[in-house]
Design a protein around this ligand. Structure first.
Ligand SMILES: *Cc1c(COP(=O)(O)O)cnc(C)c1O
Length: 459
């Protein structure tokens, strides 16, 4: 797909639509001619040089990648119409596309008849799930692990709910015994589990948490903002080494959040929340004197907290899913490649003299540290800082990594011989969110080894 061919086609589609309504004149108040636009656009384009190459396999840092060209074309084409998926009268076509996307996302998790919609982000999607948690159990709080996304605690504050932080096990998963003790107090109405924590990509044992929560009358919300698309492997016959049990258990949980703007190849502005109970919409009941006139069916805005939302986001996702469907052969193959890359890199790191694997990846987030001597938190932290910096600013062959702060206990659980001369240390974190990582892995590993050797030599 060449955007130089397809982006002008977006304009064609919009013009063809416009021709049905007859010519009109743009108001002089905002008319801008090309001569005025040219220098400003040049200045603008120059400012965009100040960016990191998220699309490129030398970027192996945070959970970011370029949107798929199909998503870009879908988004841009629909954006010219500027539909608002709050209500069907804001954009009937993209509202239908959103409903179809939600059905596909639900099927990916094995949800039968989910009620759901897209959101502008995973944070908004989780806020909605926690809002329904509060409406369902107004006098009980929320349990989440110490490794869950930081916004759960924040959203509990926003909602005026009590948040309970549960410790994690040696792999970064919610600790089951601690959770059970907390549930036994009767103060928890909803447990948040994470499928792919943001730091380590750890997969909570949903299959253990779900029956435990049910015994205590609690709901379960699955935050799969990052890892959700791995359900395509976890629920398939070929899970590339994933434990299928947590993925199978999602269908029995109460709500799920997944971010198409992370693994789903979409530009930012595309999260999703799905409720297992189609009746969850009652918690959003409201009347709006200015909207909701065109359909008998519930409008998307009638089942969400947000009002205006880009119909273009639904268009981008819909178009992408026509070409790369949510099955093992479509989207699943990309995730399998990321996963294979992460496992192979973990093996290379385990055999390296200059690097040390921090934790074996559950999904595709690889964590590692330079094998410095003495092996102490202070020197590991300093070496990671150098590795991050020198990779990013290398004049030749830069490589973009990221770091994660690990506290001393977490580090020592994984590496008992670490000298505890500080309270925490940064460790290297590479999210292999792009399947291209598989094709580039040997080069990436060699480059990071080279930088780590330099960083160690300069202590
Ligand atoms: C990224 C992420 C979020 C937040 O989603 P945004 O789309 O960035 O708002 C929530 N939970 C998890 C597990 C995440 O990885």
């Amino acid at each position: 797909m060449d955007l130089r061919y397809w982006l002008p086609r977006a304009v064609d589609v919009f013009e063809r639509f416009g021709e049905r309504f007859g010519p009109f004149t743009a108001h002089p108040s905002h008319r801008i001619d090309d001569a005025a636009f040219t220098p400003v656009f040049e200045r603008f384009a120059k400012r965009l040089d100040d960016n990191y190459p998220f699309f490129h396999p030398s970027y192996a840092g945070q959970m970011v990648k370029a949107p798929h060209p199909a998503a870009v074309v879908g988004y841009v084409t629909a954006m010219l119409f500027n539909p608002n998926n709050h209500a069907a009268e804001g954009g009937p076509a993209t509202t239908e596309m959103e409903r179809e996307c939600v059905a596909s996302l639900g099927a990916m998790f094995g949800l039968k008849e989910p009620l759901g919609h897209l959101t502008t982000s995973g944070t908004m999607a989780n806020l909605e799930a926690l809002y329904v948690a509060r409406q369902s159990h107004p006098d009980r709080g929320v349990a989440y692990s110490s490794e869950c996304h930081y916004t759960h605690e924040r959203m509990c504050h926003v909602l005026g709910m009590e948040g309970h932080r549960v410790p994690v096990d040696a792999r970064g998963r919610i600790e089951l015994e601690a959770l059970e003790r907390l549930l036994a107090t009767g103060r928890v109405g909803t447990v948040v589990v994470t499928l792919g924590t943001t730091g380590l990509g750890a997969v909570d044992e949903v299959h253990e948490v779900l029956p435990m929560a049910r015994r205590h009358g609690a709901r379960v919300h699955v935050d799969a903002a990052y890892g959700g698309f791995y359900a395509l492997l976890g629920r398939s016959a070929d899970p590339v080494g994933l434990d299928p049990r947590p993925w199978a258990a999602v269908a029995g949980c109460d709500s799920v959040v997944v971010d198409p703007h992370k693994h789903g190849l979409q530009p930012y502005g595309c999260g999703a929340v799905l409720f297992n109970d189609p009746g969850a919409g009652r918690h959003f009941a409201h009347d709006s004197p200015y909207t909701y006139f065109t359909q008998a069916e519930l409008h998307l805005g009638e089942i969400s907290l947000e009002c205006s939302r880009a119909g273009a986001a639904a268009a981008g996702l819909w178009l992408t899913l026509q070409l790369l469907p949510l099955n093992r052969e479509g989207f699943g193959e990309m995730l399998a490649a990321s996963r294979r890359a992460a496992l192979r890199w973990a093996d290379l790191l385990a055999g390296s003299d200059v690097l040390e694997l921090y934790q074996r990846p559950d999904l595709d987030i690889v964590t590692y540290v330079p094998a410095v001597r003495p092996f102490s938190l202070l020197s590991v932290d300093a070496a990671c800082e150098r590795l991050l910096h020198e990779g990013m600013y290398a004049a030749d062959d830069p490589v973009f990594l990221s770091v994660l702060r690990a506290d001393a206990d977490a580090f020592a659980r994984r590496h008992p011989r670490i000298v505890r001369d500080a309270g925490a240390a940064r460790v290297m974190r590479s999210v292999l969110i792009k399947p291209e990582a598989e094709l580039r892995l040997d080069r990436l590993h060699a480059r990071v080894e080279q930088l780590a050797a330099l960083a160690a030599g300069r202590q």
